[in-house]
Structure formats: structure tokens, C-alpha cells
Write a protein that binds this ligand. Sequence first.
Ligand code: NOJ
Length: 555
Amino acid sequence: MASSGEQWWRDAVIYQIYPRSWADSNGDGIGDLPGITARLPHLAELGVDALWLSPFYTSPQHDAGYDVADYRAVDPIFGDLTAFDELTTRAHTLGLRVIVDVVPNHSSNEHPWFRAALASAPGSPERARYLFRDGRDNGELPPNNWRSQFGGPAWTRVTEPDGTPGQWYLHLFDTTQPDFDWTNQEVRDEFEDVLRFWLDREVDGFRIDVAHGLVKAPGLPHVDLDLDPSVAATALSPMWDQPGVHEIYRSWRTLVDEYAVDGDDADRILCAEAWVLPSDALAQYVREDELHQSFNFEYLMTPWLAADQRATVTRSLAQAETVGAPQTWVLSNHDVVRHATRLGYPQVSGPQRIEGISADDPQPDAMLGLRRARAATAVMLALPGSAYLFQGEELGLPEATQLPDDVRQDPTFARTDGTSKGRDGCRVPVPWEGGVPSYGFGPGDSAWLPQPVEYGVLAADRQRGVVGSTLDLYSTLLSVRRRLRLGRGTVTWLDGYPDDVLAFSVTATNGSVTVLANLGDVPVPLPADAVVLASSQPRETGAVLGSDETVWLRA
Ligand code: NOJ
């Protein structure tokens, strides 16, 4: 494996693969592990350091694999353990590290433990692995007022083995995703064993699903329903960001560190998916003896407005600094509207809309969205720290905003009676070749979600080697970033530019850049002697910096 220096994860660029949507090898319309292995050279050419695989474990797929029935097996729709080993070996040969998802907050209702819980009596050890409780009002009402993240109540009532209406179990997500009880030592031991299982198969780390949700407030008290829902999903809620989660992650850190015996370059890493605000609470997850990374979702939700961007970046860097951790930047993933589409809407201060879009909603300005997305990515990839990319963003893929309701599969759609359109729009299979069925996603005629027609011109083969394409832009940014080691640099904000321009230098050991991003309407002259290292739009020498453009200049 190529060495990327000490503590490789501090500035790594990690590419998220959503296995069902990246590459299909067998023509069933669903992506799979052999498909991924065959396409890995794309990532090596792009110049990322690692890939993160969303779940490929055995699952009834009620939440696209985030409902795991067997944590140590590959679902047959994706392949098998041999296919996984082949993927990892090939990735390592290409110098790419492999991160896998771990889903510790809940299992599938088809997990053997949950089946055993249903077959056992209230109060039994089998039930104690999950959060079963008696209902209120003679058992008729759920134990508390918590709501599922996917809509509807967070409790489902079971029928006891003797046929009578019985206890309720907690599920912060779909009813098919029962929450574990993390006060139970058996649950803790099981997950440490699962981590070891995949570490022994040579994975380089884990992305931890719902990392802020494992521990619930003692007694499972009611939520204060008067709280703004966006606030309720943070530290003020009894189901999120409870102090007890940190003890779990300290123990996991000790465990993964055992595997880093060959020095820093062998570090196996842990990255939290924790939607925690305010951001100083998030920094607690990346203290020295806890996790290596935690996605910066505040950054993801920051509108494309210079003052907001400057404030978020400044605050984020300062907060990471307090605990000696790198920042973990991200603009898109499989749960949010792609940034090429989000940014195609008017930008207003405050957190951005990340919910799914349908044909009945106002449609984005696609050209503007892509232009801004390219500029935003050029800002992100200049910043010190680690960055995660979501599959297809290197092609400038927009969200699919016109999916018919009858193809939608995200449980959110059904659980909210269609009020929330769900997350299918960002999960549409990737186009590899223009002009062929399923745009080369697989050998079959179609993909599990229909691809928008504009994906044809955005296919990877239409962009490869084309100067000025989004793919070319990403490769250039990644190559300059790597050469200058910008991910290890220091940011200094620069004076003397209009308020709508983000202007900063990044000083790194191998060189420095000046980054200018024009978020306003007025073109900004560039210094006459500017040497452009990368530019979010193709440009003539000496041209001005137009609206929604970012340049990296040699400093
Ligand atoms: C976060 C995952 O990213 C999302 O896709 C999933 O639905 C929930 N956690 C529940 O596992």
C-alpha cells in the first residue's frame, strides 16, 4: 500500500460508495461487490485515498441495508465474503484503503437476536438486548412520545408468544429496525467482536451509523414536543448525544489501535455519523482517545453565502483545534439532496433544505447548481482536514428530482404518507457510459431506480480526459491538494476582497495556495501575475473571477 504519511486519515479524501448504485456486475439492476471491484481503477485515477462502503451485509433491505440481519455476512444481492476479500485486496493493491459501515444503533427485525426476543417472555435476557417496555394506560399507549426519524411513532407493539397484545419495542428509525439496549454488556461485546471480524479481514476503518444515538437517557423520558424539531435532534433530546456514548467510543478506539501495530500508516479509523449540534458537542466525539473523524454536517448544511461559509469554516477549524482533531468536510451523501441540486436554489441564511424533491416541488436551476457545486467543492478540497466525496459528485450528478412515487423505496416516503419524498433521488445508479442501457451501470437494461436522461451526457466516459469537465476538475483539485499537502495546511483569511468573496491562503509544507471564491454577482479582478493552479470553471489567462467561481492561485 502506498504510504500517505503519518496518521493518513488526517487529510484523507474518502469516496463513499453506495453499493446498490455504483456498479452492477450481474445485470440484476442492483450494484454489487464484483461490480465495485471492476470499477476501482476509476477511484485510483481520480486520486482519492480510500473508499467507504455503505452496508452490504445480509439484510431484508427495508432501509437499503441499514437494517442488518447478519453483521458478519454479505447479502447475496451484493456477493459473498470471497467477493469482499477480492474487493479489499484489489483496493489495497491500487493504494486505496477500505472503510466499511457499522450499524450499532439497531438491527433488522430479522436479526436472530430480535427473533429470539419476540419468541421470549417480557423480562427475559433475549428481550434485554433491545428496548422493550410495557405501554402506558394498560399497555395500550406507547411507553413515551418519541417519534421515528422516518415518521410515525418510535414504538411498535408486539404480540406475545401466547397471542396476547404485549410490550412495545423502540425503533428510532423504521419499525423493522429495533434499537439495541447499549446498557447491556452482551450488546457491547457483540459489536466489539463484529469490529474485530472486519478488521481481521483487513478493513481500514469504520463509519459508525447513528453514532450519537446508541445510548438513551435513563428512564426514556418524554421529549419536550415544544422544541423546534431541528433542535430536538441534538443534545437537548433524550435519544441523542447522551454522555454514555463516549465511553463506547473510547473502548472502540482502544480496540482499533491494537490493529495499528505497524505504525501510523496502519491506523484503522473510526468516523462518526453524528448529527450533533452545537458543533462544540460534536468535537467531543473526536477527542484524542475517541474517534478519528466525525462528519461536519453543519458545513454540509451551510448555504452558499460568503458570510455563512466563512463563519462555519472558521468555527469548525477552531473547534477541531480544541481537541487536536482534523475537520471532516462533506457536501453530499446518500441521505441528503446532492449539492449540485441544493445549490441550484436561491440561498438563504440558515440551515439548507436537505429533504428529497419531487416533480411537484419547485425545480432547481441545474446549470447554476452545478456551477456552484464545482465552486463549493473547490473550496472544500482546499481546506485542511479530511474530506468525504459521495459517488457521482465527481461527475457533477444532480439529484433525480422527478422520480415517480411508485419507484420510491426509502421507508421515509411510506412512513410519512409521501409527505417527505425521501432520499431515493440521490441514490440513483451512477452512469459510466453514455448512450447505452442503464448508462453502463450494468449489463442489464435497467437499474433499480430510473436514471434521469441528463445522466447520459454526464457519464464517466463522456468526461474522462475532457479538459474542463467536472471529472477533470475533481482530478486536478485532488492532485494539487495531494502534491502540496493542503490537507495538512493552515488557513489564513485574507483582507482586501469584497464581502462576497471567500479569500484565504492555505500554507502547507509543500507549498501554499491562495483560494478565492466569488459568491457574489460582481466579477472580481485577479492579480495580473496570478498563476492559476486550479479553477472551478475553464478560464482564459488573466480573466476575472466570475460569479460562483473558485480559483486556487499559487501563493
Ligand atoms: C443513517 C444512514 O446514513 C441512513 O441511510 C439510515 O437510514 C439511518 N442512519 C438508519 O440506519
